[in-house]
Design a protein around this ligand. Structure first.
Ligand SMILES: Nc1ncnc2c1ncn2[C@@H]1O[C@H](COP(=O)(O)OP(=O)(O)OP(=O)(O)O)[C@@H](O)[C@H]1O
Ligand SMILES: [Mg+2]
Length: 328
């Protein structure tokens, strides 16, 4: 069976007066039916640009400059805008990081939701309204009926996120791309939403690309995790293997910089140095200038490819961590 979604060598740039920001640099991954893939990376690593580029919504002045995104074998990058509109929302539901900006500011919440539901399910207004209320309650918004009468500027960031999530899930898409969907929520609501996402994904067999900078959150929701750095995927493995056996020195360093309650830790290690300037990115491993394990090979060769080093464990590195030498 071919994967539900296959991304091949995707590149996205922002062309500005100051120079070209290379935000996504040759990303490839597959998403299978029913899979939750977590995409983690620090701020500015290209997560949102990647998410938006998948459905060709890279914000201006950004654009996809190379690669393919295959949905059921059809390349989204080659489709017309009208074809893409059929796919966005229905086949690929998108929850944007900036939920407030994603809602239409001139329409009350009830009108936006009802419009989307009526269009999708061929249901009447009353029925769509009832469904919208249920969806919002499911997202932990008990005063849904009252909330629906408001305009987007009258709801908080966390409420807007839940409205977006409810709308994205309602259309029952095969794929959900959720960019920091719980970033503005308190932990209890966050836990409820994560549980709900997992439940829905089990019921409907939807695949989820769950994007966050928070490794703690992603460990609770994802089957597999991809680590992105300077627009490149450095490692991809099952959540368990990534935590137990981080193999790319960058993933290793990232995990070392997190507090853990299950292991006695002397101190947290912060990663030395700064992420590279995306306007001036040499063709080499992006982590090279900060890597404690770099070899001469790393300096003379172009960026290493993501290769399967262990079963279903992909790593882009010339000098990966020795599994026995890992601390976890
Ligand atoms: N409109 C834009 N014009 C120019 N550069 C941009 C634009 N939007 C994003 N970038 C740059 O592209 C890179 C990737 O940004 P992106 O928003 O994808 O990161 P992110 O991983 O989603 O970060 P965060 O965790 O903060 O949401 C960053 O260096 C950012 O400065
Ligand atoms: Mg982002």
């Amino acid at each position: 069976m071919p994967p539900l979604l296959e991304v091949r060598d995707l590149h996205a740039h922002f062309v500005t007066r100051m120079g070209t920001v290379k935000a996504v640099n040759g990303v490839s991954f597959t998403l299978e039916e029913g899979q939750v893939l977590g995409l983690v990376g620090e701020s500015g690593s290209g997560k949102s640009t990647l998410a938006l580029s998948l459905v060709r919504l890279t914000p201006f002045p950004g654009e996809v400059v190379g690669g393919e995104v295959l949905l059921n074998g059809r390349d989204l990058m080659q489709m017309t805008e009208i074809e893409l509109q059929q796919i966005r929302g229905r086949e690929i539901g998108i929850v944007l990081q900036d939920a407030n900006a994603a809602l239409n500011p001139t329409l009350r919440i009830d009108n936006q939701m009802v419009e989307a539901l009526e269009g999708h399910f061929a249901m009447g207004r009353k029925q769509a309204e009832r469904l919208a209320v249920d969806l919002l309650r499911d997202m932990g918004l008990p005063d849904a009926r009252e909330m629906m009468k408001r305009y987007p500027y009258q709801v908080s960031g966390g409420q807007a996120q839940r409205i977006m999530l409810a709308m994205a899930l309602a259309l029952n898409p095969k794929i959900i791309v959720a960019d920091e969907p719980t970033a503005n929520l308190d932990v209890t609501i966050q836990a409820e939403i994560l549980a709900r996402l997992r439940r829905l994904q089990k019921q409907n067999g939807a695949a989820i690309l769950y994007i966050t900078h928070d490794l703690g959150v992603v460990s609770r929701v994802a089957d597999e995790i991809a680590v992105i750095y300077a627009g490149s995927i450095m490692e991809r493995a099952s959540a368990r293997n990534l935590f137990d056996r981080p193999t790319n020195p960058y993933s290793h360093a990232l995990l070392q910089s997190l507090p853990r309650i299950d292991v006695k830790q002397q101190r947290l290690e912060s990663i030395q140095g700064q992420p590279p300037d995306l306007m001036d990115l040499p063709d080499e491993c992006p982590f090279l200038p900060r890597c404690g394990k770099a070899l001469a090979t790393c300096r003379v060769n172009p960026k290493p490819e993501l290769v399967e080093m262990y079963d279903n464990h992909f790593v882009a590195c010339f000098n990966p961590m020795d599994p026995a030498g890992n601390l976890r």
